[in-house]
Design a protein around this ligand. Structure first.
Ligand code: URA
Length: 305
């Protein structure tokens, strides 16, 4: 089927989830294979991959006329995936806790899987067989760093020590399976990140990586049903609030503080990332204000001060 589409028609098709396919360029000038990551096509040449629907159909200036285009369904791979990469496991939105843990542990949906030592699903108290832990608090950070990648546990480095101290200050203790809570403390807290794998050299998460990982976080929230989510730092805030706050990317983190948002109906309070607080000691008082706000909105959540 041959198509001659203008810009508006292409935009409409994109909106409808219809992807335009174009045969690869002739062998003399081979184009690098895009990696199909569910609905996002990502250029394998760059780590900072961006969606590139238009790049698939727009010929370079001065290039020979494009061959006939044909329609393929949005789910069809545009090309062979890069060696070793696979789509995210299907049905994340219906998984129970053990299935979700297994899906994350085996995930090869973005290039971060190539360099990781461990996936970092999150840490919380023991749970009944097949169930998610019962927790009042969910803490969401950005991504595992080197220490977390080695340990398979979030926030175990210096930023994690600070986080543990912040939690202790409100009567919460990081739970490990088999750990009894210390006197006066509650382990009703689950700690996780937006990304479950470490970005190399601790670079920022890439938008395509965040998009691939987000369904895992969403399912964690659905299964944990926390009473309060504390979003630590820009990436956690953006991931959780992108559907509810217009022009979110233009709003500095500091301006998101002091308000209560909702994610899947759960109250969300935004605060500074502990790694930032290690460098900006003056803002620790503000982080304490954020914890107090979170406690005041959900007065029944486990804590003691
Ligand atoms: N920073 C994060 O955001 N998460 C971790 O697990 C460690 C450091």
């Amino acid at each position: 089927m041959s198509l001659d589409l203008d810009k508006r028609q292409r935009a409409m098709l994109r909106e409808m989830g219809v992807r335009l396919w174009q045969p690869p360029a002739p062998a003399a000038a081979p184009a690098p294979a895009p990696v199909a990551m569910n609905n996002i096509a990502v250029d394998a040449r760059t780590e900072r991959a961006e969606p590139r629907f238009d790049a698939e159909v727009a010929p370079a200036r001065g290039a020979p006329a494009a061959p006939a285009l044909r329609l393929v369904p949005a789910q069809a791979p545009v090309s062979r995936p890069a060696p070793g990469l696979q789509p995210r496991p299907a049905g994340v939105e219906r998984m129970d806790w053990p299935a979700l843990q297994a899906a994350v542990a085996g995930c090869r949906a973005c290039a971060l899987c190539e360099g990781r030592k461990n996936t970092v699903f999150g840490i919380g108290p023991a749970a009944a067989d097949g169930a998610a832990p019962q927790v009042d608090w969910l803490i969401v950070g950005e991504a595992p760093g080197e220490n977390e990648d080695l340990a398979g546990e979030p926030f175990v480095g210096p930023a994690g020590k600070l986080l543990d101290n912040m939690l202790l200050a409100i009567g919460l203790q990081r739970g490990h399976v088999g750990d009894a809570p210390r006197a006066g403390l509650s382990t009703s807290v689950f700690i996780t990140n937006v990304l479950k794998c470490r970005p190399p050299a601790n670079r920022n998460p890439d938008p395509a990586e965040v998009a691939q990982c987000e369904p895992y976080l969403k399912r964690q929230v659905e299964l944990l049903q926390p009473k309060m989510i504390l979003a630590l730092g820009k990436f956690a805030a953006q991931s959780l609030l992108q559907d509810s706050v217009p022009e979110l990317h233009k709003i500095p983190l500091g301006k998101l503080r002091g308000q209560v948002f909702r994610y899947l109906g759960v109250p969300v309070v935004v605060s500074y990332h502990p790694a930032y607080l290690l460098r900006s000691l003056g803002d620790k008082a503000k982080a304490w204000d954020d914890l107090c706000l979170a406690m005041s909105v959900a007065p029944t959540v486990a804590h003691s001060v």
